[in-house]
Design a binder for this molecule. Structure first.
Ligand SMILES: CC/C=C\C/C=C\C/C=C\C/C=C\C/C=C\C/C=C\CCC(=O)SCCNC(=O)CCNC(=O)[C@H](O)C(C)(C)COP(=O)(O)OP(=O)(O)OC[C@H]1O[C@@H](n2cnc3c(N)ncnc32)[C@H](O)[C@@H]1OP(=O)(O)O
Ligand SMILES: CCCCCCCC/C=C\CCCCCCCC(=O)OC[C@@H](O)COP(=O)(O)O
Length: 374
């Protein structure tokens, strides 16, 4: 192991990274709060500012993936469609099997210039995450409790709000509604059997209501559905902690662009359409497990420097006062102040470690198992 790789595994480096992320995140949250008076006066300007602020925070994790861990993403897609990515609004349907699938998604968003405005249909619990969850309120992320009767009004309203969004956005939907585990898979295949649907090997059965409602409410706003199938080479099982430790991964993403007009309007037909889509996605995954690649030409969308520049900027800005403080502390010789600083750094590190824990599949919710359990 080289020196640089060894350094990437050191706690001190992780503390510095976590400190930068957390403190810059709190400052960004504060700036977002400052935009509140602007919303009633100039909503579109407030939204654009929040996109930039969101970018400044989210792109730090993209920089971590691309520049710290050196992870290289590969895209399999039709070159004709490639030129449209980032230039139109889209609903992204992505399989939910990996702990860093959201991070790979963000990397693609960044490469196509839609990271600040990217959105997702997310479980309500994520809105309470410090820094990231708070930021998402201002980016008009759509949160649900996964209880349709309680969700439907807010869900529809949140989608309607996006109709005049001033920036191009991708709206991410994991139709499975939860991450893949063997037990959830077994239960959802029981449902498939009851519904006389073909069994899926690599996916949970998709829940169709959210997709149908999203498509119906975003007609005229969104141009296409991007059917995205993600996998990792060499059976890698990537984790966020691995990324923090500087481990390099090899995600492959297969994207098919499906014009929104070709998706049925009727709920039952739309559900059947989505089930068929997942059957196709399952076939792509099966082929990938045999051949190690997806169909179609391969391309690596160019990596942009902004995420790195932003990350380095924040790190320099925040490390300088930290170093000054540490020097002053040591000079003062005050045990109390030193203890307070150690306690603060430990709290930041424990806080970020807890947030990282939220991405771990072993801590996944019990949603979808046993049957109909919310
Ligand atoms: C070029 C590159 C392109 C792209 C790059 C890729 C990506 C980048 C894009 C954007 C990135 C942006 C942001 C990402 C950042 C971070 C966030 C990341 C992730 C957060 C994700 C989550 O939080 S996932 C959890 C929340 N989301 C969802 O739940 C969505 C899916 N669910 C739905 O849509 C549901 O329909 C619902 C929740 C809206 C409503 O669910 P409900 O169950 O009430 O209704 P349904 O009708 O859908 O389902 C009921 C039927 O289901 C049957 N059933 C029962 N048990 C099960 C089971 N275990 N499995 C399957 N089905 C089951 C039940 O029998 C009902 O059947 P009926 O016949 O009776 O209707
Ligand atoms: C400079 C970079 C700093 C690095 C530190 C990064 C810290 C970021 C920490 C956490 C980011 C939180 C993003 C959370 C996104 C998690 C998405 C997710 O996977 O949610 C699960 C949900 O779909 C389904 O949940 P269940 O499977 O039902 O349970």
């Amino acid at each position: 192991m080289g020196l640089v790789q060894w350094l990437k595994g050191q706690l001190l480096c992780h503390l510095v990274i976590c400190y930068g992320f957390f403190v810059s995140g709190l400052l960004i949250n504060l700036l977002q709060i400052c935009t509140l008076p602007l919303w009633p006066i100039n909503k579109q300007l407030a939204r654009r500012i929040n996109c930039k602020l969101g970018y400044s925070l989210t792109s730090q994790s993209v920089a971590l993936l691309e520049w710290w861990s050196g992870t290289e993403v590969t895209l399999y897609t039709d070159p004709e469609n490639y030129r449209l990515y980032g230039k139109e609004n889209a609903i992204v349907v992505l399989n939910h099997n990996f702990e860093i699938d959201f991070l790979c998604g963000w990397t693609f968003c960044d490469r196509f210039g839609v990271l600040g405005a990217s959105k997702c249909l997310a479980k309500k619990e994520l809105s309470y995450l410090p820094v990231i969850g708070w930021m998402w309120y201002f980016l008009e992320m759509v949160f649900i409790k996964r209880k349709w009767e309680e969700d439907k009004r807010n869900f529809v309203q949140s989608l309607q709000n996006l109709r005049d969004y001033p920036e191009n956005f991708w709206f991410l939907l994991h139709c499975e509604g939860t991450r893949f585990t063997e037990e959830k898979h077994r239960v959802s295949m029981e449902v498939a059997e009851k519904k006389s649907l073909p069994k899926l090997k690599h996916h949970l059965l998709p829940r169709t209501k959210g997709f149908w409602v999203a498509v119906q409410n975003l007609r005229g706003t969104v141009a296409a559905v991007y059917c995205c199938t993600l996998n990792f080479r060499n059976n890698e099982t990537p984790t966020l902690l691995g990324v923090l430790n500087g481990e390099k991964y090899h995600p492959d993403l297969y994207v098919r662009r499906i014009p929104l007009e070709s998706i049925p309007e009727d709920e039952a037909e739309c559900s059947a359409w989505l089930h068929k889509l997942y059957q196709e996605k399952d076939k792509f995954q099966e082929d990938y497990s045999q051949t190690g690649c997806f169909p179609g030409p391969k391309v690596t969308p160019p990596c942009r420097p902004w995420a790195l520049i932003n990350w380095l900027g924040w790190t320099c800005l925040l490390l300088y006062p930290l170093c000054l403080l540490l020097v002053q502390l040591v000079n003062s010789g005050s045990i109390l102040s030193i203890l307070a600083t150690v306690a603060f750094c430990s709290a930041v590190s424990v806080g970020v470690r807890w947030m990282i824990g939220q991405t771990e599949i072993k801590r996944s919710s019990s949603y979808g198992v046993p049957l109909n359990n919310k």
